[in-house]
Design a protein around this ligand. Structure first.
Ligand SMILES: Nc1ncnc2c1ncn2[C@@H]1O[C@H](COP(=O)(O)OP(=O)(O)OP(=O)(O)O)[C@@H](O)[C@H]1O
Ligand SMILES: [Mg+2]
Length: 459
């Protein structure tokens, strides 16, 4: 659809000349006075831009400009001036004019300015639309409108008020903690504590005392009584993050606490009742860990009363532009920079990338891009190499990939990738897992699944 341009000039010759110049690419509407111009602006459904003569007899150009902006703040106005000095026209920019042109017109210059102004208008409109879309979602701090995310939102609404145990599963960076916090915030325990524990990060010998507390003298370093996380969380929610990182003995103790709803501090006989809602999270395939005897099956079923599966970002690509918008806005605000747009080619690259680190990877990338960007646009030059080359996708040559299901192609690629990393660190699984940003158990599962065996030649 052509953009409509209001031409405001008292000189019929100029009006006609402009109308002819513009009619091929735009939809010009010519009027002879400020009054008519304001009328049109009020009546017509859309006027994208106005060319406003500043020197009309008995009409103040600046006043007209002001009124136009009052009627439609989004209309872009380009002032037209006859005198070469153009001082008055320059002044109008302060009042919201986009730019000015001097008569006689240079057609190339005029169209260039018009197109720039129209582009600005489109961006402003797009931003406004996105902002309204975002406002509805910001309430829970979760962004995304894909069907998959909407299903998650409605599940959160449904189960927030219950006391049932929730097991959140999803790849790293998909928003598991965000979901756990949303469940707390929306539930009837929201004014009680939310206590997070990273199960994989606590040394095995300290987990029991971290969870359940200890009495003074319970062990050598227990110089004072300590209250455990479950007691802290009493009445509220405990978030057991990375739950697959628990050792089997602690898993057994946890299961008992979930069933009996009471704890015993280390070094004590006293049984303390606790009323805690448990939300657990993992990025491992617990069923596979059960087969490997690394996770208790009974605990698994006890935890996954309400299972929530967070899809990876690459499975809901329609959320990527919204998330980018959200993170660009947030970072610009934090860094006190004017809002930056993302140029379309860059947006496309970002939408096609595979995001192995999911929303967290995207969030970190946008933070870096906003920090380093010099202009007002984030462009491909600001992207790191792995996104420019989409390093995580298998080669998409038609012959090679024809007839191979995506799952198989991904497995082939993953296998090569993991073997390469393992070789680099001489098959040290802990180091390899760290290098890839995954838990060691995840690596072990992957190796099992992809039949990767150490191929190190014996010295
Ligand atoms: N839908 C979303 N909207 C906005 N921000 C999100 C969304 N999902 C995740 N994030 C952000 O991405 C980051 C990672 O999310 P979160 O910590 O919840 O992921 P996680 O699944 O717990 O990851 P990990 O397994 O690595 O612990 C956080 O900063 C979070 O705020
Ligand atoms: Mg997490």
């Amino acid at each position: 659809m052509k953009s409509s341009i209001l031409v405001v000039d008292d000189d019929p010759g100029v009006r006609e000349a402009l109308r002819i110049m513009l009619q091929d690419d735009y939809h010009p509407i010519a009027v002879a006075s400020s009054l008519e111009a304001l009328e049109k602006l009020q009546k017509l459904p859309v006027v994208d831009l106005a060319l406003l003569d500043i020197n009309m007899p008995e009409q103040d150009g600046i006043e007209t400009l002001r009124k136009m902006k009052e009627i439609d703040p989004l209309v872009e106005v380009i002032m037209v001036t006859a005198n070469k000095t153009a001082e008055a026209a320059i002044k109008t920019i302060k009042y919201g004019a986009y730019d000015y042109v001097t008569k006689p017109f240079d057609i190339a210059e005029l169209t260039a300015i018009i197109n720039r102004a129209l582009e600005k208008r489109n961006l402003t409109r797009m931003n406004q639309a996105l902002t309204t879309e975002l406002e509805g979602l910001i309430e829970s701090d979760m962004v995304g409108k894909s069907p998959a995310m909407q299903a998650i939102y409605s599940l959160i609404e449904k189960v927030a008020d219950s006391d049932s145990t929730v097991l959140i599963h999803g790849e790293s960076g998909t928003g598991k903690e965000l979901v756990a916090r949303a469940l707390h915030k929306k539930g009837d325990r929201s004014n009680r504590p939310f206590v997070g524990v990273n199960c994989a990060a606590i040394p095995a010998e300290l987990v029991e005392s971290e969870f359940f507390g200890h009495e003074r003298g319970a062990f050598t370093s227990a110089v004072a009584r300590k209250i455990g996380k479950f007691e802290f969380a009493n009445g509220g929610v405990i978030f057991l993050d990375d739950v697959s990182g628990l050792s089997l003995p602690i898993q057994a103790k946890l299961l008992r606490v979930l069933q009996e709803k009471e704890i015993v501090r280390v070094g004590s006989n006293e049984v303390i009742p606790v009323d805690v809602r448990v939300i657990a999270a993992t990025n491992d395939d617990l069923k596979a860990l059960i087969k490997l005897n690394r996770f208790r099956e009974d605990l698994y079923y006890r935890l996954k009363v309400v299972p929530i599966d967070l899809p990876p970002l690459r499975a809901r690509r329609e959320d990527i532009p919204l998330l980018i918008e959200h993170f660009v806005r947030r970072n610009c605000e934090h860094q006190h920079k004017p809002f930056k747009k993302v140029d379309p080619a860059t947006m496309e690259l970002l939408c096609n990338y595979n995001w192995p680190g999911n929303v967290r990877e995207l969030e970190n990338l946008i933070e870096m891009m906003v920090l380093l960007a010099s202009g007002n646009t984030l462009s491909a030059g600001d992207l790191p190499a792995n996104i420019l080359t989409n390093q995580y996708l298998p080669e998409a040559s038609p012959e090679a990939s024809e007839g191979i299901p995506l799952k198989k192609a991904r497995q082939q690629f993953e296998r090569q990738f993991i073997v390469r990393v393992l070789e680099k660190v001489r098959w040290n699984q802990t180091k390899a897992a760290k290098a890839m940003g995954i838990h060691r158990n995840t690596l072990i599962l992957k190796m099992e699944e992809l039949e990767i065996r150490e191929a190190r030649p014996k010295p």
